[in-house]
Write a protein that binds this ligand. Sequence first.
Ligand code: ASP
Length: 439
Amino acid sequence: MKKVVKFGGSSLADAGQFKKAGDIIRAEESRRYVVPSAPGKRHVADTKVTDMLYHCYELAEQGEDFASALGDIRSRYEEIARGLSVTLDFAEEFEQIEKNFSAGAGKDYAASRGEYLNGKIMSAFLGFPFVDAADVISFDEAGNFLSEETNRKLQERLEAMDCAVIPGFYGARPDGRVQTFSRGGSDITGSLVARAIHADVYENWTDVSGFLIADPRIIHNPEVIETITYRELRELAYMGASVLHEDAIFPVRKEGIPVNIRNTNFPDAPGTLIVEATCRKPKYTITGIAGKKGFAALTIEKAMMNSEIGFGRKVLEVFEKHGISFEHMPSGIDTMTIFVQQDAFEEHEQQVIAGIHRAVEPDEIVLESDLALIAVVGRGMKQTRGTAGRIFSALAHAHINVKMIDQGSSELNIIIGVHDRDFEAAIRAIYDIFVNIQL
Ligand code: ASP
C-alpha cells in the first residue's frame, strides 16, 4: 500500500504541529510520500509564511531594505527546527534567498521558498530524501502547467524511491525559473504525486475533519460528509464550498485514486473520502449544500420566441461579446432568463441590454439583482422520489420565495435561486429537512 500525504499550512505552522504530522506519518508504513505546505497561521492574528514572503519580495522589488522582513521569516523556520531538534544550514539557505531576491528572481520564486524550506525541515525530521519540486513539476515558457511532462518526470524520479518529501505549490519553467500554482496549490502537487506513483490513497491533512454538509458559518456544527464523489464535489466546489484546491481533483481523477480529507488535530476521525464511484449509500438523500450570493438575472420576453431559430445563440453572443459567462439559463415558452455574476455584469449592464434589443428585438427585458444560488447536491437524489418537493415545502414553510429552479439532467443537483437576504434561511431550511428531520 502506498499513500501520498499532504499537510496544509496550519498542520505545519509550528514545531508542535510538525510533530503531530510526524506521528501521523510514522503511524502507517504506507505513508511514504510527503507533500508539505508552507507554515500557516499559528493563531487567528498570525501571518502565513507565504504572505510574509510575498511582502518581503515586494520590498526587495521596490529597492527597500528587506533584511528585517526576511529575518522574521528565518526566525519562524529556526523556531520550528529548534523545536524538532533538526539542524539545517539556514545561514546558507537564506544567503541564497537574499541574493536571489536582490537579483529579481520573481514573486513566484519568493513564495515557493515557504514550501521549499518546510520540505527541507520535513526531510531532515523524517529522514526521508528531499526532491525539489522545481526538478519534477513542469510549466512551459508561458507559465502553463504541463501535466504529462510532469507525470513522466515524477514517475522517473520517484520510481526508485521508497519514500520522499516533495514540497508543494511550485515547479519550474524550461529555463529553470520557479513558477507556482494559484494559492492553495500544494493540494495540486499532492494530487500529481499520487497520480505519478499510483497511490492507493491521497491523504490531504488539514485543520477540519472533512468536507462539511453545509457551511459552518450558516449551520451550527454541520455533519461531515463521509463519502462524496468527484462529481458531487465539483458541484459543491463550484458553489463556493472549499477544502481542496479546485484543480487538485483532476490528476487523481484520471487514475481513480480516492482522496481522503483528514484532520491533523483529530487523526482518529475518518474524515471525508472522495471517490470516483461508490456503492456506499449516502447517509442522507443529499450529500451537501452550498451556495453563493451576488447574482443578477436578466429575463427576456418575446412572444413566439420558442419558434425563432437561433434566438438563444444571438442572446448569448451579446454576453460573450462583453466577456460575461452565464451561470444558468432557465427558460419558458416566451421567456428566457440568464443568471450572471452581478459584479462582472454591472460594468456592462447597459451595453448588454442594448445589445439584446438590437440582436433579438424582445418585447421586454426585466432585470433582477441581489440573487443567491443554492446547489443541493446528492447522488442519492436519483433513487429518491420527492426530493424537489421536500426542498420546496421546506422553503415554503420558512416563507422563502423561490425565484428559480434548475435540476441538472444528471439528477445530481438541484439549483435554487432565492433573494440574497433569504440565502442563509434557505440553507438552514434545506439542511433541517434532510439532516435534522430526515423525513
Ligand atoms: N502556501 C501556499 C498558499 O498559502 C500554497 C498552499 O498552502 O497550498 O497558498
